[in-house]
Ligand binder design. Sequence first.
Ligand SMILES: Cc1cc2nc3c(=O)[nH]c(=O)nc-3n(C[C@H](O)[C@H](O)[C@H](O)COP(=O)(O)O)c2cc1C
Length: 315
Amino acid sequence: MPTAEPILKTSLAGLDLAAPVLVAAGTAGTTDEIGEVLDLARIGAVVCKSITPEPRAGNPSPRMVPLDVGMLNAIGLANPGIDAFAESMREHKPGPCPLIGSVAAFDLDGYALVAQRLAALDAIRAIEINVSCPNVHGGVEFGADPNALADVVQAARDATTKPVFVKLAPVVVGTPNSIADLATVAIDRGANAITLCNTVPGMAIDVRTRTPELANVTGGYSGPAIRPIVVKLVHEVYRKVTKDAGVPIVAVGGIAGWHHAAEYILAGATAVQIGAGSLADPRIPMKVAKGLAKWARSQGVDHIGLLTGAMEVPA
Ligand SMILES: Cc1cc2nc3c(=O)[nH]c(=O)nc-3n(C[C@H](O)[C@H](O)[C@H](O)COP(=O)(O)O)c2cc1C
């Protein structure tokens, strides 16, 4: 079996990865399940489905809708809850690539609890904070309110010495704070990496029945069409914040081939994650890693990290 390509080895927020290609939260189970279709020694890491303090059945069906381009989901954070997840991880043998736990909650105490419990698991090497959850008190997503974001990141930072990734929601027109402002808040409170980004809010309507396609009416849109939006977010955060702060960006949105991952790297990402693309073809992360290695060689570098932020802007 081919081994990992040395040119792809990446140090990401203290994690040593075989490649800068990760599986995104919610689109894989754990390494046990995904290991049946992927050679985990040749990808970077797997981010687990977001875990909340209590078990959640999630939203009613239909909660995943394929569209002509991309897909909508309103899974509603269906997950077994932290007690059952921690129990299932107790016997977990470390696989060939790191497992990153994803934290979700609806209040500050919930974030602190799940961050602490996930990070305490030997199998979990880092945590990613999903701040795209509405605050039960204010209704606004934690990640859209700089004060709430600061509190959540601080709570995670206080809960563990393991790396903390903060996964922001895309900032769209009309939102008062820029993505760079939010990334700065997260880094000031101790984030070791910024993941950009979660799904874009969206909805679709069946015009024959005049009903929403998702039972939840609205959901999160992902897939190829969000990529240019996220490339711009990565470019902005890299130039304005993370380049000088020395904090890596993990880009996620619409990757279906190696050239999409390469685009993110040139915009400023140190690594990428693949979500909806993995649902269509679970082997995509390996194909992307292989293509990136070839591309890096064609660019005359001996290490993929030298291409981060290497986009050349004409004078
Ligand atoms: C079915 C599905 C479930 C998801 N569940 C989660 C989740 O539990 N936690 C999370 O942070 N993001 C979740 N996401 C968002 C993805 O991790 C990713 O940020 C987003 O889909 C954009 O990437 P993509 O265009 O490659 O899908 C989910 C996405 C999909 C499609």
